[in-house]
Structures are given as structure tokens and as C-alpha cells.
Design a protein around this ligand. Sequence first.
Ligand code: SAH
Length: 191
Amino acid sequence: MGFSNPSAEKEQYATPASVAADLLYRAYLHKDLESVCDLGCGTGVLAIGSALLGASAVGVEIDPVSLRTARENASLIGVDVEFIMGDVNSVSLRGIKTVVMNPPFGAQKASAGDGAFLRKAVEIANVVYSIHNLGSEGFIRRTVEPCTIEEIYRIKFPLRRCFAFHSKDVKTIEVELYRIMCRRNGTIRLE
Ligand code: SAH
């Protein structure tokens, strides 16, 4: 199940299954799906997918309605995911190796924007997989410093009509998936 009543202000766009599968498969091949946190988990697709692939997974989300759907989705599928209601600006987590996220792009003024998500992600994890608009590389490089961008993949993102200002049923855009590594003193940081 997706967002029952998506908020444009919070930029609640569910990650399409094809995009979630692409992100998670790459993380799986890199052996990055051990302890995973999905920041801004919405209805939980990335956290639940990580758990299905064997990770211990946590999802953090500010919106209680989405969180309820996320919990229902996890129980329908029969996976164990810890869902926490919280603001990405203030949540504190330990023991996370990997963050997977599709953060708000910051197109709407009221949303926290992807900068806050990126800063929190590199604070709590060693590896980050994150989806952004095309051409975000410079912004991301500056935001995550001293962490580094290891890979950028371009992926197709079928955006389904979910807000009144959307004029087509499906509009396919291209987005960038970033793999970011957080090294401290030249070695990979492990808690
Ligand atoms: N990751 C989900 C949802 C992506 S939409 C998916 O892949 O389907 C971005 C999500 O970030 C929304 O659910 C929105 O409610 C959440 N969000 C926005 N600002 C937030 C904040 N400050 N803290 C936590 N979550 C936030």
C-alpha cells in the first residue's frame, strides 16, 4: 500500500517498486544490507525490502499516518521492521551500517529538503544510498564532506499522478542514485 492521502508539502512520493528493487539489489551486491535505516521511510518500501533481503531494518518517518501504513505493509509481508516516528533533524540512532533513502527533494518549501537527510545519513551510517534529482552531484559532494561519492547511477523513475498539479497519469523522469561512503581517518568507520 502506498500513501493513503499524500502530502505535497512533505513531498510524499512513494518509491516505485522498480526503483526500490534497483537500489536494494545494488546494496545487496555490495553486501551493504546488514543493519539498515530508511530515513523518511513513508510507507516503508525501502525498509521492508531491506528486511526481505536479510537486513535488520529501521524506518524513521515524521508522518504518523504513513507510519501506520508502513507497519501494516510489514506485517502483511511478514517481515520484522522497527518503525520509529521522528524528525530526521533530531533522531539519534546507533549501530547502523547503511542508510537507504528517497528523501524529499526540497521542491516544496515546507519539507526538510534533501540536505538535512544527507547530513543525518552520513552522521549515523558508513554507507548511504540516496535518490536525487539529476545534476545534484556538486550539492551532494559539498553536503556530505568529508564523506565521498563512490558511485552515481542514473535510473528511470515512473512518477504516478498523485497530486492535483500533476497533468499526466505517469511521467517518467530520470533520477540519480548515489552511493556515498563515510571514511574517518582513511578507514571505513565502524561503530
Ligand atoms: N522513502 C519513502 C517515502 C519517500 S517520500 C518511499 O521510498 O516510498 C519522503 C518521505 O519523507 C515522506 O514520507 C515524508 O513524510 C518524509 N519526511 C519529510 N520530512 C521529514 C522529516 N523532517 N523527518 C522525517 N521524515 C520526513
